[in-house]
Design a protein around this ligand. Structure first.
Ligand code: NAD
Length: 370
């Protein structure tokens, strides 16, 4: 039991954001009562809610709140049908989401993908390919590589053709810090790390492999393997159960994390964490569901709150160090699923054990199990 007080910026945002956030808060309050810590949960508007309240997708007061917090629990932002005349850089996806990632130096993206056996029907793979059940974590480097490397330009050549250049650039220290996140994550799981690269073709791949292998010496209990990215994308479909933690640079991680997400069947089940540097024993993090604001189902008690609730569990583990409470929330989610509770996105009418419920009923059941 810890005696800690944690300050959390709670930014629910748009669409289903407030509905699923309400359920995550309910579950956090249950965990707090049971696990002996105190959460100061401070809500503030972001996204279109920020524009409506304060004229900006990321109001100054919201940013100040984030700066004074131990972590950000984020819902989702963006409503495609709202005011198309607003310039791109002022729209919530950029002005709030990308801005927060940049301001807080969030370089490590964690996307756990778990397919409980009860939800095998939601997975696009045949049952025999799902093995013992899919339970993997993609750790993606978020601030380097081809998306940011210089030069990055399109130029016109003498013969009139255009030439586009993107540069894949990584330094030793950038690889080291994401490798540490990968190994530490593996320590908390089944202690297997698959490092993904293209060392047979890319200079970056050679350096990546060298550095990751060197960092592995600090984590003797973690088993390290390497896989080329093309093979990894195939193995995810042929035998996803072989993976525990997959460590990827930015571009490869972007693609493989979406491929892995498809295995879980619904965006409503998938949490994510984006972490900054660890200072002392503190890691600032930003925690959000993998999906967006789902305007098609907003305000109807239809959204699956599990992605938001599992994002809160990731926050407890990675920013607050409350590992027992995080595990309790994850097993409470498992229990709700085993008990047959299903929001519409994961409901299967052929399953006699399944009972369709709304957002709040799912949240209530998970909070009660915590
Ligand atoms: P989306 O993820 O919002 O929805 C895609 C589909 O998944 C929809 O059918 C939706 O109903 C379903 N879905 C998503 N989350 C669900 C949940 N929790 N429970 C049940 N079903 C769920 O993607 P979109 O429709 O392309 O985007 C809608 C808006 O969200 C856009 O403005 C987009 O820019 C924004 N967006 C924001 C984020 C974010 O805030 N991180 C991420 C992605 C998209």
């Amino acid at each position: 039991m810890s005696e800690h007080l944690y300050k959390i910026a709670v930014l629910a945002g748009d669409g289903i954001g407030p509905e699923v956030m309400g359920e995550a808060v309910k579950v956090l309050r249950a965990a707090e009562a049971r696990h002996g810590f105190t959460l100061e949960l401070n809500e503030s508007p972001v996204g279109w809610a920020g524009i409506d309240a304060d004229g900006k997708a990321l109001p100054d007061a919201t940013l100040e709140l984030c700066r004074g917090s131990d972590a950000i629990l984020f819902g989702s932002v963006g409503l495609p049908d709202r005011d198309p005349t607003i310039p791109k850089e002022e729209r919530p996806e950029r002005a709030a989401l990308l801005a927060l990632r940049k301001i807080f130096g969030l370089f490590a993206n964690l996307r756990p993908v778990r397919l409980p056996t009860e939800l095998a029907h939601a997975c696009p793979l045949k049952a025999e390919r799902q093995g013992e059940g899919i339970d993997l974590l993609v750790v993606r480097e978020l601030t380097g590589g081809m998306y940011f490397g210089q030069p990055k330009t399109t130029e016109t050549l003498d013969d009139g053709q255009q030439r586009a250049i993107d540069s894949m650039v990584y330094t030793t220290s950038e690889i080291e810090r994401i490798a540490h996140v990968g190994f530490k994550s593996a320590q908390l799981r089944r202690k297997k790390l698959m490092s993904i690269d293209k060392a047979n073709v890319l200079e970056n791949g050679v350096l990546w492999r060298e550095v990751v292998t060197r960092v592995a010496a600090d984590y003797p209990e973690v088993e390290l393997d390497h896989m080329f990215v093309d093979n990894a994308s195939m193995q995810l479909l042929l035998n996803p159960a072989q993976f525990d933690v997959m460590l990827c640079e930015n571009t490869f991680g972007d693609i493989l994390s979406d491929e892995a997400a498809a295995l879980a069947g619904s965006l409503g089940m998938l949490p994510s964490a984006s972490l900054g540097e660890t200072e002392g024993d503190k890691t600032f993090g930003f925690y959000e569901p993998a999906g967006g604001s789902a305007p098609d189902i907003a305000g109807q008690n239809l959204a699956n709150p599990i992605a938001q609730i599992l994002s809160a569990a990731l926050m407890l583990r990675h920013s607050l160090g409350e590992n027992d409470a995080a595990a309790a929330i994850e097993s409470a989610v498992g229990k709700a699923v085993t008990d047959g509770l299903r929001t519409g996105d994961i409901f299967n009418a052929d399953d006699p054990n399944a009972r369709q419920v709304g957002t709040t009923e799912m949240g209530d059941a998970i909070a009660a199990a915590v």
